[in-house]
Design a protein. Sequence first.
Length: 426
Amino acid sequence: MDSLVIEGGARLRGAIKVNGSKNAALPIMAGALLANGPTYLKEVPNLSDINHQITLLRELGCEVERQADGALKIEVTDEKNSHARYDLVRKMRASICTLGPLLAKRKFARISMPGGCAIGDRPVDIHLRGLEALGAVIDLDGGDIIARADKLVGAEIFLGGNFGSTVLGTANVMSAATLAQGTTVIESAACEPEVADLANYLNAMGAKISGAGTPRITIEGVKELTGANHTVIPDRIEAGTFMIAAAITNGEIQLPNTRLDHLLAAVDKLRSIGVIVERDNGGCTVASVRRLEAATITTQPHPGFPTDLQAQFMALLAIADGNSVITEKIFPDRFLHVAELARLGARLHKEASTVIIQGQKRMVGAPVMASDLRASAALVLAGLAAKGTTTVMRVYHIDRGYERIENRLNAIGAKIKRVNQEELEL
Ligand code: EPU
C-alpha cells in the first residue's frame, strides 16, 4: 500500500493541465452499452475507478481499448451477460450507472446493490423508482437488483429526494429513457455538468434529449442509438482542488483548461476569502498573496457549492484568519477527514453535519490516514501547507480520482514522494 510523504511549505507556481472528468466519464462509458457500433471517448482520465469500469464493461461483453491517440474505444460485441457482480460493484459504486443502459438495451439487468461507503449511506431508491416509472419491474435477490422490462414507456418522473436530486440516478433514468417509447420528462433532475455531458454524448449517438443541465429534462425516445465520438469535459473537482493548492500555499497556479462556469460557487467562495481568480484564455490563474479570511459554506446540489470540494475547503479554512462554518447537506456524514486534519493541528468542532473551524496560523505535519477520495485530497493539501513532514497513508483512495497527483504537484514546486508502506516501516 502506497503513502505520500509531503514536505510542507513550498509555494506552488506554474501550470497544471486539468484532466477529463472522472464523474462525467463513468456514466458516459456505461452509456456506450446503448450503442450499436463503436464509441470513441477522448479525455478519459487514467484512474483506478476508470479501470474498474473498463473491467466491468468487458464482463458485460464490450471490447474496450485505448487507441494510439489516447481515446478510449468501447464496442459491444456480446450482449449475453448483464450481471454486474458484487466483487466489482463494491470496488466502485458508480458501477450502478450500467443499470439504466443495460435495462433499455438488453431488457434485463442484474446489478449487485451498492452498499454504503466511507462518505455515508448511499441509497439507490430514487434510481429504482425512476426506472419503475418507465415500466421496469424490479426485484431484489441475493443482494442483487434485478430489473426487467419488455418495453420501456416514456413517463413524467420526479427525481427529487431529501438531499436534493441524484446525479447517477438522473444518468440512469435519462439513459434508459433514450430508447423508451414516447416522451419522458424528468422533473427535479440533477443539474450537474456531468449530466449535461452525458446528454451531449447520448445526443451524438442519436438520442433526443433537451434541457440537460436544468431541473427539467425532456427525452423523446428513439428506436436505436449508434456509436459516437465524444470529448469528456474537464474535471471541475480536480480543477477546484488545484485552485485550493494555489490558495493554501500562497502560490500561483495556472489551469489552462478549466471551465469556470462549472465552478462558480467555489470560485465565489475563494474570491470572498481573498483568493485571486482570474479568467484567461479558456482557463484561469489562481493566486493568493496573504493570509485568507474565514467563510461560511453549505454544500448544495449544482450550481451550489459542491460536496466534492467540502473536505479540501476545510483544509484551507483551517489556516484562515477567523472562525469558519461548513455545513454538509448532501452527505451529512462526509466528515472522516475531520479527525485527520485535527492530527495536523486544525481546530475543528463537529456538531451533527456542521463543522466549526477555528483558523490557526499554521498546521504541523504528522502521519494521517486517507479514508475516501476527497478526504485524501484534503490531507494532501493540508500537508502542502503544514510545517514539516506529513505522511498520507492509504493513497489508493486518491488514485481513484487524481491521476499521478504527486508528479503533477511536484512539477510546480511541491515536495511529495510516493513510498510503499514497507519502505516506511524500514
Ligand atoms: N440519494 C438518495 N437516494 C438515491 C440516490 C441518492 O437518497 O436513490 C441521496 C444520497 O444519499 C445523497 C444525495 O441523494 O444524500 C445525492 O447523491 P447522488 O445520487 O447525487 O450521488 P451519486 O450520484 O451517487 C455523484 C458523484 C459523487 C458526488 C455526488 C454528489 C459520481 C460517480 N459520483 O454520486 O462523487 O459526491 O454525485 O454530487 O458521479 C466523488 O467524486 O468523490 C464523489 C463521491
